[in-house]
Design a protein around this ligand. Structure first.
Ligand code: GTP
Ligand code: MG
Length: 199
């Protein structure tokens, strides 16, 4: 999509605060610090619409960003990350509850972008999340993040390894990105638009 306008339209700490009857939504999921908020900013071409931080656990609520293109409108939904050990257990559990309460039965949800740091291996957490989404008929795009951190040869090798690891997500839905350098942004938009607008 060619973004004409992007703005935050809602923030919620619990299901009661979730907006209703809005446009199609695309959720950003993944481990804390993987780069969800950064990639969202890059997609809408705004430096700091979503708050980012080098300290994991920056995003603690659900945030809805309304994005207007030339022909259609979408909401990109930024969610708290999972799996960061230094965040107290009680807090991690409450974020997980929040994320699940969003994903479970969210009518507007058309697709999920699951982010994975290109330098790390796919884990049980990601595999379970893909399974969970498949059970709910939510299609998944995998965005491999922080590609700028690897040299081209190493990068290509890691992409091949991860494409194998993320199966059953098909290779055409695995997109290598860098929010830092803008790598993969048109491809990611194409994948998002295809899924978000077809249902
Ligand atoms: P939580 O909100 O804690 O779940 O994290 P998040 O997944 O939203 O990560 P965020 O976007 O806040 O980014 C985490 C850190 O990674 C920040 O220091 C970013 O600057 C850095 N980062 C994100 N994307 C990239 C990238 O493509 N390249 C590089 N080099 N750094 C990145
Ligand atoms: Mg974030």
């Amino acid at each position: 999509m060619k973004v004409r306008r992007a703005e935050i339209v809602a923030t919620a700490a619990a299901k009661a605060g979730f907006p209703t009857a809005g446009p199609a939504e695309v959720a950003f999921l993944g481990r804390s610090n993987v780069g969800k908020s950064s990639l969202l900013n890059k997609l809408v071409n705004r430096k700091s619409l979503a708050r980012t931080s080098s300290t994991p656990g920056k995003t603690r609520l659900v945030h809805w960003y309304r994005v207007e293109g030339e022909k259609h409108v979408l909401c990109l939904v930024d969610l708290p990350g999972y799996g960061f050990a230094r965040v107290p257990k009680r807090e991690r559990e409450s974020w997980q509850k929040l994320v699940e309460s969003y994903l479970d039965g969210r009518e507007e949800l058309r697709a999920a972008v699951l982010l994975q740091d290109l330098r790390r291996d796919w884990s049980e957490d990601e595999a379970l999340l893909v399974e969970w989404l498949a059970e709910r008929d939510v299609p998944v795009i995998v965005a491999l993040t922080k590609a700028d951190k690897l040299k081209p040869m190493r990068r290509a090798a890691r992409v091949r390894e991860l494409v194998a690891q993320v199966a059953p997500v098909p290779v055409e839905r695995v997109i290598t990105t860098s929010a830092e350098k803008g790598l993969g942004i048109p491809d990611l938009w194409r994948a998002i638009d295809t899924l978000a607008l077809q249902r």
